[in-house]
Ligand binder design. Structure first.
Ligand SMILES: Nc1nc2c(ncn2[C@@H]2O[C@H](COP(=O)(O)OP(=O)(O)OP(=O)(O)O)[C@@H](O)[C@H]2O)c(=O)[nH]1
Ligand SMILES: [Mg+2]
Length: 336
């Protein structure tokens, strides 16, 4: 009998502990989840799995051709040009911005909506902000799904860690349906294959494995660093009035040298668990061995270190950002 893991979607198998879906032979008949999901759920212990992400490309190409409703999820802290990808879906698309509880409460979602509409050209029915953790807007999202669904099937897609599986679990709770919950974790590539969740007779949510992009800070780091860097509660922005020849050190991970010649203001949005210090640019060379990314910024720009943080800078600035090779660093208009 072929069985699927209800936690990550992988086919259960007894042959190879390193491959997706492994369970001990003795418990195969009764097992509902694989060993990896069991350990994530019960011990928070994550195992990296050998998985060919080319399988995902085939899956996404199939979903792109479907006419069904697609929820395209994006973590509000990782908003970047990858959302343009949603224009390639032929079905109706709702952009769902997740983890809104992590932004300071003072940030208005109406302002964020305007920002997204102005800075990206997206072919979408709606933009909806949610927090699966705080149960914010989950009912409203469910109503919108029912309003726009074209068939029973509704797909959830987006980058790994965007919060797809957590959102499905929140929707399950919201409809009082007591099915199995899907495995979630702060580490990349938790869901390994499609998982279908029947929410109501007329509504099947289809969870998908997240798109893994190698230029995100998190995908180059060990699990303990990923856990520390992933914000768990509302971010307390940290503002520094920068003088010429000062630098900012972000944990042990990144350095920003300010090369301007007048005072400027830098506000850092980052997990509260990571320390930030200001140092003298000339006398302290800490982290200068990392790759340097230079920016000549106009006023009101953010510098984003993908997966780690973003820095709101008010005036024009020359900055050098040092971070590990492969990590994408880019500028955008101030989002907040
Ligand atoms: N603060 C907060 N954290 C969230 C929220 N939604 C998800 N998370 C966290 O984000 C991390 C990733 O969530 P998942 O649901 O596993 O993400 P995913 O998109 O299914 O990831 P893959 O399966 O790898 O594609 C977990 O640590 C969740 O607890 C939210 O609304 N608020
Ligand atoms: Mg998932």
């Amino acid at each position: 009998m072929i069985k699927k893991c209800s936690g990550c979607g992988a086919l259960l198998q007894i042959k190879d502990p390193k491959r997706p879906g492994y369970v001990n032979e003795e418990i195969y008949d009764v097992a509902e989840v694989c060993k990896r999901c069991f350990r994530i759920k019960n011990y928070g212990d994550y195992q990296v799995i050998d998985k060919d992400t080319n399988d995902y490309k085939v899956l996404f190409n199939e979903i792109k051709r479907k006419k069904d409703l697609v929820l395209f999820l994006c973590d509000i802290l990782n908003l970047d040009s990858s959302i343009n990808e949603l224009n390639n879906f032929q079905g109706t698309v709702i952009l769902v911005l997740t983890k809104i509880d992590l932004l300071p409460k003072s940030v208005k979602t109406s302002k964020l909506t305007n920002y997204i509409r102005k800075n990206y050209k997206l072919n979408i029915k709606d933009i909806i902000f949610v927090s699966s953790k705080k149960n914010y807007n989950i009912d409203f999202l469910l109503d919108s799904i029912k309003k726009y669904q074209k068939s029973k099937n509704v797909y959830l897609v987006g980058n790994t860690n965007a919060g797809k599986s957590t959102l499905i679990n929140a929707l399950i709770k919201c409809t009082n349906n007591d099915s199995n919950f899907i495995t979630t974790s702060s580490l990349p590539a938790t869901t390994l294959d499609v998982i279908k969740v029947k929410l109501e007779d007329n509504l099947i949510l289809i969870d998908t494995p997240g798109i893994v992009s190698n230029d995100n800070f998190l995908y180059n780091e060990k699990p303990n660093v990923v856990k520390q860097v992933s914000a768990k509660s509302e971010i307390k922005p940290r503002t520094y009035q920068m003088k010429p020849k000062q630098s900012i050190i972000i944990g042990d991970y990144a350095r920003i040298d300010y090369l301007g010649n007048s005072k400027n203001s830098f506000t850092i949005y980052l997990s509260n668990e990571i320390k930030v210090r200001r140092i003298n640019l000339d006398t302290n060379g800490y982290l200068r061995n990392l790759k340097c990314n230079s920016f000549n910024l106009k006023d009101k720009k953010d510098v984003v270190i993908s997966g780690l943080c973003f820095v709101k800078i008010t005036k024009e600035a020359l900055v050098n950002v040092y971070v590990k090779e492969n990590v994408k660093v880019y500028e955008r208009n101030n989002i907040i």
